[in-house]
Design a protein around this ligand. Structure first.
Ligand SMILES: [Zn+2]
Length: 317
């Protein structure tokens, strides 16, 4: 595989490459709710192109170049458990942009050449970011802005118009570097949230802490103290798995949780008479303990953070 790139370029099947990337990203947008939902690696194998199964990523390697392409199609970041430094933390440069490391040390390794080719041609790539073992959030399209050969890495950039980072209020008049930093922060935040949600769901076995409801689609990973709060670190210790109703009730101080895990309901609601949701969903949890807490001590909610949130609940009521 020492063919000179120039020769391959002449014969490159442009339309195949462009069509594949476009269809792959359109499929990902549908399957992952525009990149909001992580999928198991095996679910990504459902993708078909021209009627045949087509791999979007390699199960065993970080960088994936399908045989019919001259450049990489995707790259993956593996999962690192809580407590270990996480890829979005240590792979971000001072400019706020993500970095992706070479495969090994050899600049001429086929995988590194495949990434370099994608960078030279400005091709859109898919970045698979693991939020738990085997489960990936896709970020797409991403581009490789430049190579930092001395650091054996590529600088990853996101397309401001097409990147699936939600409804960003992008101001076209922003200086370019500011806009780029901003949209990278948005993606970083989303990856951070993806990791947080996966950690909390694992710790709570995908059940609401208050009522033990166990339907993933009805559950949120709630922050005990908001992320913007200076203590609002997104770790399991600042998280609670809560169903939608208990999450909303917690956030607006209708429901409080004491540091000893006893639930309280705001006094005026206890007086109120209404249907079964108020009765069973809220009032009957008053002065009862959380129904579901993590079995592992390390995953328990922080007493200090619960105290901060409980004081907020008390002063609001
Ligand atoms: Zn609940």
């Amino acid at each position: 595989m020492n063919v000179h790139m120039g020769m391959e370029e002449d014969q490159r099947d442009e339309s195949f490459d462009a069509r594949l990337r476009r269809e792959a990203m359109a499929w990902l947008a549908i399957r992952t709710n525009d990149g909001a939902d992580e999928l198991h690696w095996s679910d990504y194998e459902d993708f078909t192109f021209d009627g045949e199964a087509f791999k979007l990523r390699d199960r065993y390697k970080g960088i994936w170049k399908p045989r019919r392409l001259d450049a990489a199609l995707s790259f993956s970041t593996t999962f690192r458990a809580p407590g270990q430094s996480r890829p979005y933390e240590d792979d971000t440069g001072s400019d706020g942009l993500f970095r992706y490391k070479w495969q090994g040390d050899d600049p001429d390794h086929a995988d590194n050449r495949a990434l370099r080719q994608a960078q030279k041609l400005g091709l859109p790539l898919i970045w698979f970011f693991a939020v738990r073992t085997g489960w990936y959030l896709p970020v797409f399209p991403v581009f490789l802005l430049e190579e930092e050969a001395h650091l054996k890495q590529f600088v990853v950039d996101l397309d401001p118009l097409r990147a699936n980072v939600g409804n960003l209020p992008l101001e076209i008049n922003f200086p370019l570097h500011f806009e780029r930093r901003y949209r990278n922060q948005q993606v970083k935040r989303r990856l951070h949230q993806g990791l947080f949600r996966a950690d909390v769901m694992r710790a709570y076995a995908t059940k609401c802490a208050v009522c033990s409801l166990g339907h993933r689609q009805l559950l949120d990973a709630a922050h005990i103290v908001p992320d913007s709060h200076e203590d609002g670190v997104a770790t399991v210790a600042n998280g609670l798995a809560l169903c939608k109703i208990h999450h909303a009730a917690f956030d607006v101080n209708i429901l409080g949780i004491r540091p000893d895990h006893v639930v309280e309901i705001r006094a005026d609601l206890l007086e109120e008479m209404d249907g079964p949701m108020l009765q069973f969903g809220l009032k009957e949890h008053h002065n009862t303990r959380l129904m579901n807490v993590p079995p592992r001590r390390a995953d328990l909610p922080s007493g200090d953070l619960l105290e901060i949130a409980y004081q907020r609940f008390r002063s609001a009521g």
